[in-house]
Design a protein around this ligand. Structure first.
Ligand SMILES: Cc1cc2nc3c(=O)[nH]c(=O)nc-3n(C[C@H](O)[C@H](O)[C@H](O)COP(=O)(O)O)c2cc1C
Length: 315
């Protein structure tokens, strides 16, 4: 997996727990389909990896249109977690994905603990995955619809149950940004066995068409993503870094190499790219290639030279 760039010995490889990635740029869940939709545009083999669309126990049709709506410096989405269901993913998508030399992380969600466990159980028997990412920004239907990710006890329960089910592969936990103290939630996920934390998901938000007084989305509300959220999520990554030792994957509004560097400097080990793939489907590949050039210019030859730079200088 180790890749030394032709630009002159810049080593982009990165270690996330037991998993080695060839570079720190992954495409984010829900913005890169099942990877295959992008294979004619992007050289999947040049990415650090990608995270699949969220997978559930049964197929989900999703929310009514419109599902996307532009907002200043960002985008709202209410896709309603549409997906083919875990069994169809294993039967139809994974066999094709296995032909690529890329790291595939399966994003998993559910509405009960049992849902999460069942999705992982099905994936455990399949070949071609490098790990799981648990989306805990979902309502727990057995706890009155309260988000799994907003309460440390529920986080411990869902991560603990998923950890037991995921005996073969690393488990990443994707945190919700809508929490009072992200450090508390991060520690809970770490203690329950998370191998890495993805920080973070979208921010609940809304936009109206003032002429009709109706939502711009088919749903009343959606999730805000894109450059508008980057400064907020950057702070969450820093706060998470101060709270835990577990590797962090920074996710929110990354569009440029400079954004990637900022995330690494506040303590992320890798970065995911979401909304940027909507304007430029090659965004993740472009960032991985651009990172080599910029690091070479900065005379930085390994990522560990810049990771935590902000922490080191602000102790
Ligand atoms: C259209 C769309 C669909 C998404 N679907 C999922 C999903 O299925 N599971 C998940 O964990 N996150 C999902 N996300 C959240 C992204 O993975 C990411 O956390 C968020 O967009 C912030 O990153 P960005 O600003 O780079 O887009 C989705 C985001 C968008 C825009």
């Amino acid at each position: 997996m180790r890749e030394v760039s032709s630009a002159g010995a810049v080593d982009l490889s990165v270690q996330i727990g037991a998993l080695r990635l060839r570079n720190p740029i992954l495409a984010a869940s829900g913005t890169f389909g099942y990877g295959l939709e992008f294979a004619h545009l992007v050289d999947l083999n040049r990415l650090g990896g990608f995270v699949t669309k969220g997978l559930s126990r049964e197929p989900i049709e999703g929310a009514p249109p419109p599902r996307l709506c532009p907002t200043p410096s960002g985008m709202l989405n209410a896709v309603g977690l549409q997906n083919v269901g875990v069994r169809a993913f294993v039967a139809e998508k994974l066999p094709v994905l296995r032909k690529f030399d890329t790291t595939v992380i399966a994003n998993v969600f559910g509405y009960t603990l049992e849902d999460y466990v069942e999705v992982i159980r099905v994936l455990e028997d399949a070949e071609g995955l490098a790990g799981y990412e648990l989306n805990i920004s979902c309502p727990n239907v057995k706890k009155g619809g309260m988000q799994f990710g907003s309460d440390p006890t529920m986080v411990a329960e869902v991560v603990g149950a998923a950890r037991k089910a995921a005996s073969k592969r690393p488990l990443w936990v994707k945190l919700s940004p809508l929490v009072t103290d992200i450090g508390l939630i991060a520690r809970s996920a770490e203690e329950a066995g998370a191998d890495a934390l993805t920080v973070a998901n979208t921010y609940p938000a809304m936009a109206l068409d003032h002429r009709t007084g109706k939502s711009c989305l088919g749903n009343q509300t959606g999730g805000l993503s894109g450059p508008a959220i980057k400064p907020i999520t950057l702070k969450l990554v820093w706060e998470t870094r101060k709270a835990v030792k577990t590797p962090i994957i920074g996710l929110g509004g990354t569009e440029t190499v400079e954004d990637v560097l900022e995330y690494l400097e506040v303590g992320a080990s890798a970065v995911q790219v979401g909304t940027a793939s909507f304007t430029d489907p090659r965004a993740s590949q472009r960032l991985a290639e651009g990172l080599v050039r910029v690091l070479f210019e900065l005379k930085v030859f390994t990522l560990s030279e810049i990771r935590d730079k902000f922490l080191a200088e602000n102790d």
